[in-house]
Design a protein around this ligand. Structure first.
Ligand code: TMP
Length: 236
């Protein structure tokens, strides 16, 4: 498999074309940003953790019937994925109040929510990824109602399966962000990543942060926390 032209460089990843038209190569970086680019830095070893944790969790979810873009892990920081057309939505699933929800609704961080909350943000950096609902999504043409129903069903199932699995590693799944894409046949599949960059992971006993909030909030210890997540899930 040959790595060809750089297609896209984001905050945390680079995507390259390959010699297979239906397959892209993703390279995870150590670069970190927060607050829509307001804070920039590096978390040493992050790319390797996020790549391997994402692939581990996507393999787990495939086993539970969730279709994903994963093709093959190539190295510590590189993975082959199916080419998709990304649905321009960030799907956020929340079990416990934290972050922007805690702020917006005036809830204390750590309060268990009475039910799982699903939120959608429209992916547009210039607009700051605004929160949208089903009507906005239909009005924008970001996804069809059928696609959105599939996305919501998968997201709830992913929450259930991941939540149970992570608990066995002493990790509480507070909230997380997913992205979906359309494969070459137009089917909705899970894309992007599932990592300490995109999830809030709290230690079950101590409620210590094991995720990017350490970086976002200048708490420190993020390198160790990322390594700890990989150790708990992959044993390395
Ligand atoms: P929030 O509380 O800041 O809205 O974040 C909710 C979850 O979504 C949290 O686990 C972090 C994740 N997230 C991303 O991965 N990317 C983003 O751009 C945002 C805003 C949140």
């Amino acid at each position: 498999m040959e790595k060809l032209e750089l297609l896209y460089e984001g905050k945390a990843k680079k995507v390259f074309k390959t010699d297979r038209p239906d397959v892209y190569l993703v390279q995870y970086k150590d670069d970190a940003t927060a607050g829509n680019g307001a804070k920039r830095g590096t978390i040493r070893g992050k790319g390797a953790v996020n790549n391997q944790v994402t692939n581990h969790l996507m393999k787990f979810l495939e086993g539970k019937g969730i279709p994903t873009h994963l093709v093959e892990e190539l190295s510590e920081t590189e993975t082959l994925v199916k080419k998709v057309q990304i649905v321009p939505l960030e799907v956020i699933v929340r079990n416990v109040a934290a972050g922007s929800l805690a702020k917006r609704l005036g809830m204390e961080e750590g309060t268990k929510l009475n039910c799982t909350v699903l939120e959608y943000c429209y992916k547009d950096d210039a607009l700051g990824d605004p929160l949208v609902n089903d009507y906005h999504i239909a009005a924008l043409g970001a996804a069809t109602p059928e696609e959105l129903r599939q996305i919501a069903d998968y997201s709830m199932k992913i929450n259930q399966e991941l939540g149970e699995y992570l608990k066995t590693a002493g990790i509480e799944l507070i909230d997380f962000k997913l992205e979906f894409g359309r494969d070459v046949n137009g089917n909705i599949i899970l894309a992007d990543e599932i990592s300490p960059d995109t999830c809030r992971f709290w230690d079950v006993k101590t409620h210590a942060h094991l995720d990017k909030d350490l970086f976002r909030r200048d708490l420190g210890g993020e390198e160790e926390a990322y390594r700890e997540v990989m150790h708990r899930l992959l044993g390395k």
